[in-house]
Design a protein around this ligand. Structure first.
Ligand SMILES: [Zn+2]
Length: 457
């Protein structure tokens, strides 16, 4: 308590000092105003599959987020890792080289396991640049596939078990949701190409980068069909996305790529489009929430929006049929920036679907995936759905066992409570669906509102 009082006095002292400074500054209003030193910070985006940190350096604070991703392909493309480190050194020394409208993020490697092991793949043999959910665009040729094409006609099963299965891919997916542009640096084909499906900002950015770097621009990757590529995934969400391929496999080609990046930065208004808001059934959806909704399963997973988005203190929330999706400002640049609200807890506590017995702790041996934190496990169809759908970040941990309860459609179904969702099994088609927690939240909120005063005529 005493410390708090001291702190409070200190703040008042600071406030007074700030006022004095403001008054003094007021007298020199005609002096030229220098740009404040741009933000310079380093942080860990998350851990790789084998637990290595994925580092990020941010330079600048402008509204347009540009992300440079080095070394997706590990050891064989380590020159792109060295290049990104050199770019970081440059912008650390000259942060003012990032225009005020841009904030630049540099990731030296999104595949630290492959870099360490000396392989193109991640730690379990998946090609991270073939693992993304590229089924969101209108081009079928680039859709995710477990079997991928490679150089010299080599075909391999390196696309992963399902789209977005790899932890590194999920990290970059979350990190790019509010991005204007993304540059995925590879080697060594010596050309720059934009997202496969028609996307004008990606084409503009690729041409700008190629011209600046002195690399060849190519509308398409000429060698074979790329499925599940990061480039195409980003483009499908409206992010300007390009892949520069260095000419060699050993030189970092620093001067060329610095010039390419500077060309993109100097035309930020054209190369880095402001993310577009969406509209679903005539309801506007803010850009970042719209991208999340699309990338994580869209209407089939979350249902349509039920109401316009709402500005809350510290973020935005919007109710969809099956979830209230929240964007929290204090979680920007983390994997938790956009998430479904933890409505499953309240539903379990009020036994919204029944299942009191299922809230008692489960048997650790009764499920292949068991969480000691909550005392519950996940198995069979629910486990498959939970893993494919984004796991703990999307649905949270299980907070009950499976139980038979009354689903919102009136049927008795096998169900399970999670922190951010309630799963129900549909034997009709073998599918798992989310119960309409967003609609339930809307309904409870309308009941809690005072009745509108009647108009007196
Ligand atoms: Zn590559």
């Amino acid at each position: 308590m005493r410390l708090q009082i001291v702190g409070c006095r200190l703040q008042i002292g600071h406030l007074a000092l700030a006022l004095v400074i403001l008054v003094l500054l007021g007298g020199t209003a005609l002096a030229p105003v220098a740009r404040a030193q741009p933000t310079l910070r380093e942080f860990t985006l998350g851990l790789s599959g084998q637990g290595r940190p994925i580092q990020v350096v941010q330079v600048g604070d402008g509204p347009r987020k540009l992300v440079v991703v080095g070394d997706t392909h590990g050891g064989p493309e380590a020159n792109t890792y060295r290049l990104t480190l050199q770019l970081i050194d440059h912008f650390r020394a000259s942060p003012e080289a990032v225009p005020p409208g841009v904030r630049l993020y540099l990731i030296p490697t999104i595949n630290p396991d492959g870099l360490e092991i000396g392989t193109r793949f991640d730690g379990v043999g998946v090609d991270l640049n073939r693992n993304m959910n590229t089924d969101l665009d209108t081009c079928a040729e680039n859709d995710w596939s477990p079997t991928v094409q490679g150089a010299r006609g080599i075909v391999s099963d390196t696309g992963g078990p399902y789209p977005d299965s790899q932890t590194e891919v999920r990290l970059i997916r979350a990190f790019l949701l509010d991005a204007s542009g993304a540059i995925f640096i590879h080697s060594n084909a010596g050309l720059v190409f934009p997202a496969f499906c028609e996307h004008a900002p990606s084409i503009t950015m690729a041409q700008a980068y190629a011209a600046g770097a002195g690399y060849e621009y190519s509308r398409y990757w000429p060698s074979y069909n790329i499925t599940g590529g990061m480039n195409d995934w980003a483009g499908s969400l409206g992010i300007a996305a390009i892949t520069p391929e260095l000419v060699t496999g050993d030189d970092s080609e620093y001067a060329q790529n610095l010039a390419g990046l500077q060309a993109v930065l100097s035309q930020a208004e054209d190369t880095l489009p402001t993310p577009d808001a969406g509209a679903v059934d005539g309801v506007a959806v803010p850009a970042t929430i719209y991208r999340y909704w699309r990338a994580l399963g869209g209407r089939e997973r979350f249902g349509p929006p039920l109401a316009p988005a709402r500005d809350d203190s510290g973020g935005i929330t919007q109710a969809f049929a099956n979830a209230v999706i929240e964007l929290r400002d204090d979680q920007a640049d983390t994997p938790y920036y956009v998430q479904p609200a933890p409505l499953g807890r309240a539903a379990a506590e009020s036994l919204a679907f029944g299942g009191r017995v299922a809230l008692a702790p489960g048997d650790p041996a009764g499920a292949p995936l068991f969480f000691a934190q909550t005392g519950h496990g996940i198995k069979e169809a629910f486990l498959d759905f939970w893993q494919r759908g984004g796991g703990v970040d999307v649905f949270g941990l299980p907070i009950s066992e499976e139980f038979t309860g009354r689903a919102a459609d009136g049927g008795m179904r096998v169900m399970q409570y999670f922190e951010r969702a309630v799963f129900a099994y549909y034997p009709e088609d073998g599918g798992v669906r989310l119960e309409p927690l967003g609609a339930r939240a809307q309904m409870l909120e309308s009941l809690a509102l005072p009745l509108a005063p009647q108009t007196v005529r």
